[in-house]
Ligand binder design. Structure first.
Ligand SMILES: CC(C)(COP(=O)(O)OP(=O)(O)OC[C@H]1O[C@@H](n2cnc3c(N)ncnc32)[C@H](O)[C@@H]1OP(=O)(O)O)[C@@H](O)C(=O)NCCC(=O)NCCS
Length: 291
């Protein structure tokens, strides 16, 4: 650890009552790092960050921790434990307290928990311009898996021939989860069920077969499909993307070219990192901001 490391950091489990303070820190931390690099903030308002952390701190599917320095909250972190692969984030530290070891404490708490619970792997998405988070995750054993391109807008093409897009229903869950297992080797059934319950989940059919689905087109949802054409149909059906945008794997040149030709705009570069089990997806996909 660095010589600047704070000696008296206490990491404890987060409670919903911590969300107001942690949400403000989360907003301030993301806005500060984005502004320093000329990028828009990931959150439109402090209330949006507080709302997200209130949900995560209250949801038993997430393990959430806060770090206290001298008895005052200095940051927080969350671990999504809802599938075989766990996702970390958002990890944020108060801007005035950064670079003194608090982030490492928060990340180690999440990694210890994932190890104890026997997670097959842990993944995260970081802002590619943020040297400190990249260095921290790399030193904790995370490897770069995919450069990502966050895109926002509305495509000029509003549909794709041969593909039918419709709202996903509870009866579609088996087909969508089977598709996720084929493409990724594991399913994300809870996220899908939530997306269906909240009305954000959609699927694409060719013939009468489910060939792709999204839990939510945007920062907080993932999409999985057999081919790029299926993903294009999903993307073309959206009026806009939730949060900063969708995350397109930048090495998927065919999809990225199609998105830009259709008028989508690049918001920021990001990076998918993983530790533990990782397999090359056998299909087309968009990660959420967790993984
Ligand atoms: C990312 C964040 C949580 C890290 O917390 P932090 O308390 O600032 O980080 P720490 O001091 O614990 O760890 C940073 C590590 O990176 C190292 N580091 C920082 N800049 C570096 C660089 N340019 N090259 C190499 N290493 C670097 C530090 O030396 C330290 O490592 P050490 O513990 O071995 O000394 C915090 O900076 C933050 O909130 N950033 C804004 C929000 C954000 O981007 N969150 C992450 C979302 S993916």
């Amino acid at each position: 650890m660095s010589s600047k490391t704070l000696p008296d950091v206490v990491v404890r489990t987060a409670t919903p009552e911590d969300a107001a303070v942690c949400g403000q820190i989360c907003y301030d931390a993301f806005c500060a790092i984005s502004a320093a690099h000329g990028f828009p903030c990931d959150f439109p308002t402090p209330e949006a960050a507080i709302g997200l952390l209130t949900m995560m701190f209250s949801n038993p599917a997430f393990y959430c921790v806060v770090a206290e320095v001298d008895g005052r909250i200095a940051g927080s972190n969350c671990l999504d434990e809802d599938s075989a692969i766990y996702g970390v984030g958002p990890v944020t530290v108060q801007p005035g307290t950064q670079n003194r070891g608090v982030g490492r404490w928060l990340m180690e708490a999440a990694m210890d928990r994932a190890r104890t619970r026997g997670a097959s792997g842990v993944r995260l998405v970081q802002a590619a311009f943020h040297n400190r988070s990249f260095s921290l995750y790399t030193s904790l054993g995370f490897d770069v898996r995919e450069p990502l391109c966050c895109l926002q807008g509305k495509t000029r093409a509003r549909s794709v021939a041969g593909c039918e897009v419709r709202r996903a229903m509870p009866a579609d869950e088996d087909a969508c989860n089977a598709l996720s297992r084929r493409v990724h080797g594991f399913e994300r059934g809870s996220e899908l069920s939530q997306g269906i319950a909240q009305g954000t989940a959609c699927l694409v059919e060719r013939g009468s077969r489910v060939t792709g689905y999204t839990s939510h087109l945007g920062f907080f949802g993932h999409s999985t499909a057999e081919t790029n054409v299926d993903l294009q149909a999903l993307i073309a059906s959206a009026e806009s993307f939730a949060g900063p945008g969708i995350l397109v794997p930048s090495r998927n040149s065919v999809l990225l070219h199609w998105c830009l030709q259709n008028g989508l705009r690049v918001v920021q570069p990001m990076t998918l990192m993983s530790t533990g089990l990782y397999n090359e997806p056998a299909g087309a996909w968009l990660p959420s901001v967790l993984f």
